[in-house]
Write a protein that binds this ligand. Structure first.
Ligand code: PGA
Length: 263
């Protein structure tokens, strides 16, 4: 599967949609995308909580439309199976129709003490199971203000990506997540340049280009401006993915922006 030439709009629902809300949200998003499909190079993905994956997958399967959103999970365990109470393996996600998995989100790094090394093990497991890993990286506010963002990004890329990585990287400055604050275009462009310059050290000697997304307080209002930034391949959306209208507005804004100035 070629993932390098696509643009992405990915919704991370976190632990925020109860069962009925999640099913309704997935249905509304799917029905709207079927009625007005985005161009095929725009990939939409929704990442509900584990408990909703199976039923949402069954509902999506009824649609059989290429414009249906793909299904992503928010984490997986590195081992394929075993006595790991409360954990879910990458293969179990594949059984449920999942094709993407978010790994190393800053909320997991912070709340579950996930290290770069642990995230790299998850990347290996996800890739072995056939999932596309979406690995989150990003600096804290103090690291940014002390001018250490580039070294943090280098450490996270070196530590959490596998050699020959075939997945997606999401740059999510921790200070932008859920804060309503986003980096300026200039700052984001600088960080993307740093990331694109660092990525080849984790790649094989081929020309695979890792898609790099931005995440942190994304709304429809900034989407066109974001998609016009060089080296940005999509957005990872938290709060604004919890309502069909705001998520669809982001997909529409991305479509308009990319159709008017294809990169
Ligand atoms: P936010 O979350 O859009 O609510 O800031 C983004 C994320 O954490 O992936």
């Amino acid at each position: 599967m070629s993932i390098a030439s696509n643009k992405y709009v990915i919704g991370n629902w976190k632990m925020q949609a109860r069962h009925d809300h999640g099913l309704k949200l997935a249905r509304e998003v799917t029905e709207n995308l079927e009625q007005a499909p985005p161009p095929p190079f725009i990939k939409t993905v929704i990442c509900p909580p584990y408990t909703q994956l199976s039923e949402i997958h069954k509902n999506l399967a009824h649609h059989e439309s290429p414009s249906c959103p793909a299904l992503g999970a928010q984490d997986c365990y590195p081992a394929p199976s075993g006595p790991f109470t409360g954990d879910i393996s990458a293969k179990m996600l594949v059984d449920l129709g999942v094709t993407y998995v978010i790994l190393g989100h800053s909320e997991r790094r912070q709340n579950h003490g996930e290290t770069d090394a642990a995230i790299r093990q998850k990347v290996k497991a996800a890739t072995a199971a056939g999932l596309i890993p979406i690995v989150c990286i990003g600096e804290h506010l103090a690291e940014r203000n002390e001018g250490r963002a580039a070294s943090v990004l280098a450490r996270q890329i070196e530590g959490s990506l596998t050699r020959g990585f075939r997945g997606i990287v999401a740059y999510e400055p921790v200070w932008a997540i859920g804060s309503g604050i986003t980096p300026s275009r200039e700052e984001l462009q600088r960080k993307l340049n740093v990331i694109h310059a660092l990525l080849p050290m984790r790649l094989m000697v081929d020309d695979f280009r890792v898609p790099v997304l931005y995440g942190g307080s994304v709304t429809a209002a900034q989407t066109s401006s974001l998609f016009s930034i060089k080296g940005l391949d999509g957005v990872l959306v938290g709060s604004a993915s919890l309502e069909a209208k705001s998520f669809l507005d982001i997909i529409r804004a991305a479509t308009e922006s990319l159709s008017s100035s294809p990169s």
